[in-house]
Design a protein around this ligand. Structure first.
Ligand code: GDP
Length: 297
């Protein structure tokens, strides 16, 4: 796991700084905490998120009783690890999609983050758990986006509802969900238009689509390469459409991983899936514990 090499190296250094026969005191944790802070900033986690994290680690570590037979350096790493797990949503395993019949999943996110790909991946994922799906294409601004979804649908054998580019996206979404109900599918996945930056038009359209289809899930698709900007992005989308979770894409790339740590901290919402490649099969549930051990190396 190259992306968090810095943190694992810092943890090694931190452990040396604490030593095997000291105790966890504010004084001997000073340098190790600085190491953790530096590593997280290098992993492109946003500063307020880093500050809160380091503060919690310090408080927790100071309050930790010395466990018989466990050296302080090991104990320090344990605290960092459990706080990381906590930061990413706790150790209770992967979060499922919200229930509903049909489940209505609204996909949101900036252009190019992998939203349409993630819509297809989710459809395949549901299909493999014996759930039938309908994909709905509402990106009327880019005909290529509609074609892309139609092609994805054909490749995984999932029907795609589209009305071309001359109909209002809110209307298409509404009709799409009606079509899903008519077909009796288990899930309707509504892909939406993204823009290069957060803007009021996009948020207004998303809000209108959300009000029209009343989704069980509103998933924000975030590119793992986003880094620190993820914090502002997640906040903006969550405030506008109250997301139920996120999908972190391109985790197979050499991302520094900051986005993974920001999502929960900023929105209180879980990462539900991660995208690990371009293929339709390349979608995995998100496990905070696995991610934390990957981070710590
Ligand atoms: P959209 O504009 O958000 O709908 O983005 P697309 O779904 O069209 O994806 C943009 C590009 O990212 C495409 O070339 C995808 O193949 C690629 N992509 C999407 N998800 C992943 C992923 O998890 N890993 C990698 N390596 N590429 C991805």
């Amino acid at each position: 796991a190259a992306m968090f090499d810095n943190l694992s190296r810092s943890m090694e250094k931190a452990m040396r700084l604490i030593g095997k026969d000291g105790t966890l005191t504010a004084e001997n944790m000073k340098e190790p905490l600085k190491e953790v802070r530096r590593a997280l900033l290098e992993a492109d986690v946003s500063l307020p998120v880093v500050r809160r994290f380091v503060k919690r680690v310090e408080e927790r570590a100071l309050g930790t009783k010395v466990i018989q037979g466990v050296t302080p350096d090991v104990q320090f790493v344990k605290v960092v690890s459990s706080e990381l797990i906590e930061l990413m949503g706790g150790g209770v395993g992967a979060k499922e999609l919200e229930p509903g019949f049909p489940q209505i999943i609204l996909m949101a996110g900036l252009q190019g983050v992998g939203k349409t790909t993630a819509a297809g991946k989710l459809a395949l994922h549901l299909q493999r758990s014996k759930k039938s799906c309908l994909l709905v294409a509402t990106d009327v601004y880019r005909p290529a986006a509609i074609d892309q979804l139609v092609k994805l649908g054909a490749a995984i054998d999932v029907p795609v509802f589209e009305m071309g580019t001359q109909v209002n996206p809110v209307e298409i979404a509404k009709r799409g969900v009606e079509e899903g109900r008519r077909l009796g599918v288990d899930a309707v996945i509504v892909d939406t238009a993204g823009r290069l930056q957060v803007d009021e038009d996009m948020m207004g359209e998303l809000r209108a689509i959300k009000a029209a289809v009343r989704p069980s899930d509103t998933l924000l698709v975030v590119d793992a390469m986003t880094g620190q900007e993820a914090a502002g992005l997640v906040r903006a989308f969550n405030e506008a459409v109250d997301i139920t979770g996120a999908i972190l894409t391109k985790m197979d790339g050499d991302s520094r991983g900051g986005a993974a740590l920001s999502v929960r901290e900023v929105s209180g919402k879980p990462i539900k899936f991660v995208g690990v490649g371009e293929r339709m099969e390349a979608l995995e549930p998100f496990y905070p514990e696995r991610m934390a051990s990957r981070i710590l190396g």
